[in-house]
Write a protein that binds this ligand. Structure first.
Ligand SMILES: Nc1ncnc2c1ncn2[C@@H]1O[C@H](COP(=O)(O)OP(=O)(O)O)[C@@H](O)[C@H]1O
Ligand SMILES: [Mg+2]
Length: 467
């Protein structure tokens, strides 16, 4: 199967092209079998793909059309309209190479960036003749669009992982090893530490890299739909199941299935997944034909699965299968040395995004950033740096720009507080003291002294606030 990659092209964030590219190749068999003509462009309107029906209807050889720019070669189609408006257009009359057609077009988004557009169409005469089937094939096309969006995940590699601290190097090394084996991997770590990034990198470094990487957000799909989403269903499996639905497990065939926040799967689905991991086959809901599952499972969790096993909330057997290779991604506060690198990288990225040219960060600001505990980890750091840069009109980021978001982390910045619950104030003081004096034993002694409490009380409070 030929690989057709489509990626974001733009002056705004040229370095992200790679990260926002996805491979249409997985869908090629489906696209080729569509009776609609189909055309795909990148976000600049350069044609990257046309299917057989397109050629059949127009008589244009794909080689003569791919690479053309639709803004010049076919400026009056819904596709151009969509590339400009970034809004989908469904079932509209249009003209394609002199043919009167009924067309639909949608923009394709990856990570919030439009990477391209797709248009499908059918000659009007055919539409009339095939009216009944058209209704059905629209469902198919909408389904296909939905699927395209899902697969269109960013493709990060180990090179995208920033950090030179011991903790990061250990994690990357473990992940590289895990990537080579074909066994399940369980990535654990707090929210925002980069678990998803590692999942991508593992897939990209595995022998399955040319095959799909499919994500299942175990948190984001209602329980009642989960079984369908994972395993798919057969046409007629239940009233309303008017066509066969391919589940994520099947979409991931040959590649990797990323079970994000796997702790949220209910026990029923856990049992079904366990059976897949034992027999490497499964049934679509309502199906009687076993389907082979050649899939590498990568799971992530920010919850303590061992504790959940103890509480009967997670199947022990499934846990051990997933945990075959264990990868812990450390929280940011355990690798503070990475922070200056992150800040540098983020400044370059946000300068481009925000159209600013901020050159550096003051030593005091950096100290604040390195002293903070980052409960939201890298995600929070990204947020804070972007906010600070938004508010900065000077060439350098200083503590002033951080004040609004991180005022409580630095003693030097603790002035204007709103009224807040005493407990919250206590927590803020504790964090500030540790940020200032360090969270080793020496620092804690000093903090306790300044806060005028015993070391034992300090430890109790740190435990109470989970600091
Ligand atoms: N080591 C890293 N290098 C570069 N970016 C990172 C790193 N770790 C996390 N990020 C970024 O931080 C954000 C959160 O990461 P994500 O993988 O979604 O975290 P998680 O899945 O653990 O909640 C993403 O934007 C991600 O790209
Ligand atoms: Mg995540």
């Amino acid at each position: 199967m030929k690989s057709v990659r489509i990626g974001f092209v733009g002056a705004e964030e040229p370095n992200l092209t790679e990260a926002m590219e996805f491979d249409l190749g997985y869908f090629q068999p489906v696209m080729e079998s569509l009776q609609e003509g189909m055309e795909v462009t990148d976000n600049r309107g350069n044609v990257v793909y046309v299917n057989q029906a397109f050629t059949r209807f127009t008589g244009i050889n794909p080689n003569d059309w791919i690479g053309k720019n639709v803004f010049e070669a076919a400026p009056h189609t819904p596709l151009v309209q969509v590339l400009v408006s970034q809004q989908p257009v469904f079932s509209t009359r249009a003209e394609v190479r002199g043919l009167e057609v009924m067309a639909s077009a949608v923009p394709l988004f990856v990570n919030g960036h439009m990477v391209g557009g797709v248009m499908t169409w059918q000659p009007l005469t055919q539409v009339a003749r095939l009216q009944e089937e058209l209704g059905q094939s629209h469902t198919l096309i909408e389904n296909l669009y939905a699927r395209l969006q899902q697969v269109a995940g960013a493709k990060f590699t180990f090179d995208s992982i920033i950090g030179t601290s011991k903790a990061t190097r250990t994690a990357v090394e473990t992940a590289r090893k895990a990537a080579k084996a074909d066994n399940p991997v369980l990535i654990s770590g707090e929210s925002g530490t980069g678990k998803e990034l590692y999942a991508h990198a593992i897939h990209q470094a595995s022998r399955r890299r040319e095959k799909p990487f499919i994500k299942l957000n175990c948190n984001g799909i209602p329980e009642s739909l989960m079984e369908d989403e994972v395993f798919g269903h057969e046409k007629g499996a239940y009233p309303g199941a008017i066509r066969t639905h391919i589940g994520r497990l099947e979409l991931a065939n040959g590649g990797s299935l990323f079970l994000d926040e796997v702790a949220n799967l209910n026990l029923f689905i856990q049992d079904k997944l366990l059976r897949v991991l034992e027999h490497w086959e499964f049934f679509r809901v309502g199906g009687s034909q076993p389907i082979r599952a050649d899939v590498r499972i990568i799971a992530s969790s920010n919850r303590d699965l061992r504790a959940m096993v103890r509480d009967g909330k997670f199947r022990e057997e499934l846990f051990y299968r997933l945990n075959n290779q264990e990868l812990g991604v450390p929280p940011l506060r355990q690798r503070r040395e990475d922070i200056p690198l992150f800040v540098n990288y983020l400044m370059t990225r946000f300068n481009r995004k925000l159209g600013k040219s901020i050159k550096g960060v003051s030593p005091q600001a950096l100290q604040i950033l390195m002293g903070y505990d980052w409960p939201g980890n890298v995600r929070e750091l990204e947020h804070v740096v972007e906010r600070a840069m938004l508010s900065a009109n000077e060439p350098q980021l200083t503590h002033k720009h951080l004040a609004e978001y991180l005022s409580h982390v630095s003693g030097g910045l603790m002035q204007a507080y709103d009224i807040m619950p005493m407990k919250r104030m206590e927590e803020i003081l504790l964090r500030a003291a540790l940020a200032r004096y360090g969270d080793n034993l020496e620092g804690k002694k000093k903090a306790a002294q300044i806060l005028n409490i015993s070391l034992a009380t300090l430890y109790n409070k740190l435990k109470k606030y989970d600091i």
